[in-house]
Design a protein around this ligand. Structure first.
Ligand code: RTP
Ligand code: MG
Length: 138
């Protein structure tokens, strides 16, 4: 069944020149880029996007980081797109959890600066696509 997922190249990925690397891996995997834009994230959008983490110790630095520079946001489509991109990204901790060959394992060292985001469930994907691409949401 075709799914949609919302992904981000976070500010560290943009600053390090990894937009092309990430999008290239997405395309080589066979996922379709259905929507794409670059944007500097407002506090409001950052808070809405990461609402599930409000109150956690890392939340203030997460918001500061995600608003620190432009991000690239995209909607991807394909069979099992949500899990497929999470596989490409690798686990949250790029050293302890991400498998070799994943984006995070190949290019990141620290959990906060882990380069990419991908929706973690169909419910998250629907919510995040509506936040980032209201004109695109179904
Ligand atoms: P994301 O939402 O960004 O795709 O990452 P994720 O699902 O793999 O991880 P999640 O638990 O949702 O955490 C969101 C982001 O918060 C930062 N984080 N820092 N210092 C820490 O312990 C910690 N834990 C999470 C990371 O940037 C993570 O991607
Ligand atoms: Mg998450």
């Amino acid at each position: 069944m075709t799914e949609q997922t919302l992904i981000l190249v976070k500010p560290d990925g943009v600053a390090r020149g990894l937009i092309g690397e990430v999008l290239s891996r997405v395309e080589r995997k066979g996922l379709t880029i259905a929507a794409l834009k670059m944007e500097t994230v407002s506090e409001e959008l950052a808070g809405a996007h990461y609402a599930e983490h409000e109150g956690k110790a890392f939340y203030p630095s997460l918001i500061e980081f995600i608003t620190s520079g432009p991000v690239v946001a995209a909607v991807l489509e394909g069979p099992r797109a949500i899990a497929a991109f999470r596989q490409l990204a690798g686990g949250t901790d790029p050293v302890e959890k991400a498998l070799p060959g994943s984006i995070r394992a190949d290019f990141a060292l620290e959990t906060q600066f882990n380069l990419v985001h991908g929706s973690d469930s169909p419910e998250s994907a629907k919510r995040e696509i509506a936040l980032w691409f209201p004109e695109f949401a179904q």
